[in-house]
Design a protein around this ligand. Structure first.
Ligand SMILES: Cc1cc2nc3c(=O)[nH]c(=O)nc-3n(C[C@H](O)[C@H](O)[C@H](O)COP(=O)(O)OP(=O)(O)OC[C@H]3O[C@@H](n4cnc5c(N)ncnc54)[C@H](O)[C@@H]3O)c2cc1C
Length: 555
């Protein structure tokens, strides 16, 4: 067994945990570090870009579920999180989207700290990546990108294997038909428009935190080990309690800090088990109270649903190519898509609803000029990641279209029903708990489906939706969209906010009122960002590494 005292104990060897452990141990050589991960050190399916794609319920995922969602006819959704060294970065779909400048600037203003603005985080976005711009693009501002960071980030056409998938020409034309313009670099601080899919995949291999960030000798990594709580002397953190793989309890001491990096569901769970959470919950569970904080409140996530489309006619555009031609397209290179699009919905009816229903703070976020409200992507396969897929794939040329709601104003909860650390948390995202959210998701689906139903390009291809009742064909009314949503609704796995900065942690990620305890992971993101969460989390972990290094380098 390992020694029992370290300077720093990091709980959760996921994306943020691996980055912090690597950077801190390399810079603070006279300190000792322990990184504890509940899952295994590795798994053979992690490295290949498509190794874990569309997989679920595996031994390297936490089998989390939502409670039945009232707004979706009681639908239950999967909420898997990685349970392996690297966490979500080891199982995710590898899309790389930093988010919009205005969102970070709002975050900084809300917290009163410019380090959390776009400009403040930019050095850390740059530090985390080696960016490979698309081969045929000249409009990428290379000054906002990294050239020597640990994670190779490639635009689709530079990802090291041919990735020009079929229907590229079609997708380009239909986006243009509804006025969506081309954005040469989704990671420049401007998210809106349609862009080449950009991902942490290179030469068909995943780039993930555990493999790309090196470890130093003063770092001990303990896998297959479940931390059951943080231990305190008053409000001062003294260490953690863990359960070994054989179930034995053990106490380990931290001389300086315990840093929770256990993810959006794991970190609030650990805090509540340790007596930091809403008082009523601690009392109900019989857990001695350390601090009363709104831990587990303010959960946000991106809800999505799919529609499925087939192309009965032969493909008429030159840009469209054969999926199996090894010259133009390698299906193993990564998730098969060319573009994703981020959209705003400024229709009068939506704006009126926002003005009338939102609090001042939520309205300000909603109105941020560069904030995307929704996302659309088209993937060249039959993709149904809902809890009980009911549709069979059609043969021939098909695509699945994802309608994603990235700007929810609904807020949910993560709660515990028992003080047993083995029990899974109760997750209620309260998806679409107000009319504005529902109307925004429907606006996203309606415009995309209309472009498939009515655009000249789509007619030329003879595009048809499949997998729906005939009574719903070409029907984009609220009721018809709701029927599709209730069948294929799923989480994009971009949760955040359960230990939000400003209410649970301060601007240095210290748990408010505690000493020697931080949370650094997706749970600190105070409001939903219109992006995918891995790129922001690499930058957040990089920045917080510098903050901690500066604090301790003379100690
Ligand atoms: C299926 C899926 C697909 C995704 N696709 C994308 C995508 O394409 N693009 C994108 O940008 N983002 C994507 N994401 C999201 C992204 O990967 C996550 O936002 C990110 O990994 C979160 O990082 P984190 O450090 O907050 O937590 P995680 O990476 O989840 O790490 C938390 C770690 O803590 C460990 N842990 C939890 N509790 C304990 C405990 N009690 N004791 C010990 N260890 C514990 C967990 O096992 C885990 O390894 C996806 C996520 C999933 C699950």
């Amino acid at each position: 067994m390992v020694q029992d005292t370290f300077d720093f104990i990091l709980v959760g060897g996921g994306l943020a945990g691996c980055v912090l452990a690597s950077r801190l141990s390399a810079a603070l050589l006279n300190h000792t570090f322990l990184l504890i991960e509940a899952g295994p050190a590795e798994n053979e399916r992690v490295r290949p870009a498509v190794g874990v794609f569309m997989d679920d319920n595996s031994e390297i995922e936490w089998p989390l579920r939502t409670v039945p969602q009232k707004s979706m006819n009681g639908l239950i959704m999967k909420q898997e999180q990685g349970k392996v060294l690297g966490g979500g970065s080891a199982i995710n779909y590898q899309s790389w989207i930093r988010g919009a400048r205005g969102e970070y600037d709002h975050w900084a203003e809300k917290i009163g700290d410019p380090r959390w603005s776009w400009q403040g985080l930019l050095p850390y976005f740059i530090k985390s990546e080696t960016f490979l711009p698309g081969l045929d693009l000249v409009d990428v501002d290379t000054t906002v990108h990294g050239t020597s960071g640990p994670i190779k980030v490639a635009q689709m056409s530079s990802s090291g294997l041919p990735r020009n998938y079929p229907l590229k020409g079609f997708v380009t034309q239909v986006y243009r038909s509804i006025g969506v313009s081309f954005n040469p670099d989704v990671n420049s601080g401007v998210t809106l428009g349609y862009s080449e899919h950009t991902c942490s995949t290179y030469k068909g291999q995943r780039q993930w935190a555990a493999s790309c960030y090196p470890n130093s000798d003063n770092l001990t990594v303990l896998c297959d080990t479940h931390v059951s709580k943080v231990v305190f002397d008053g409000v001062r953190t003294t260490g953690i309690e863990l359960r070994t793989s054989r179930g034995a309890k053990m106490l380990l001491k931290a001389r300086q800090e315990v840093i929770l990096c256990s993810g959006v569901y794991g970190s609030p769970k650990l805090l509540i088990l340790s007596g930091i959470g809403p008082s009523a919950q601690s009392e109900r569970l019989g857990i001695p109270k350390v601090l009363d904080l709104p831990v587990g409140e303010n959960l946000t996530d991106h809800l999505a649903f799919m529609t499925f489309w087939k192309f009965p006619n032969s493909l008429p555009l030159e840009d469209d190519i054969d999926l199996l031609s090894d010259k133009d397209c390698d299906p193993l290179a990564g998730p098969p898509l060319d573009y994703f699009a981020f959209l705003r919905h400024d229709e009068e009816s939506i704006q009126e609803l926002a003005q009338h229903s939102l609090s001042e703070e939520l309205l300000r976020i909603h109105l941020l000029k560069d904030r995307p409200h929704t996302e659309n992507y088209m993937i060249y396969t039959h993709l149904d990641v809902s809890i009980k897929p009911t549709l069979a794939a059609e043969s021939g040329t098909i695509l699945s279209m994802s309608h994603v709601f990235v700007s929810p104003t609904s807020r949910g909860t993560v709660r515990l029903t028992s003080a047993d650390p083995n029990d899974l948390p109760i997750i209620d995202p309260r998806f679409l708990s107000n009319d504005l959210d529902r109307q925004l998701l429907y606006a996203c689906a309606r415009s995309a489906m209309n472009m498939m139903i009515t655009s000249e390009t789509a007619r030329k291809y003879g595009v048809q939706e499949y997998g729906i009742d005939e009574s719903l064909r070409n029907d984009v009314s609220d009721a018809a969209l709701g029927a599709r949503l209730n069948r294929t609704g799923f989480s994009m796995h971009h949760p955040g906010g359960t230990c939000a900065m400003g209410s649970v942690v301060d601007n240095n990620c210290n748990v408010i009122g505690a000493e020697g305890l931080r949370v650094i992971d997706g749970s600190i993101i105070p409001f939903p960002l219109g992006c995918h969460y891995q790129a922001p989390l690499y930058a957040i972990a990089e920045m917080m590494s510098d903050v901690i290094i500066e604090q301790y380098q003379t100690v």
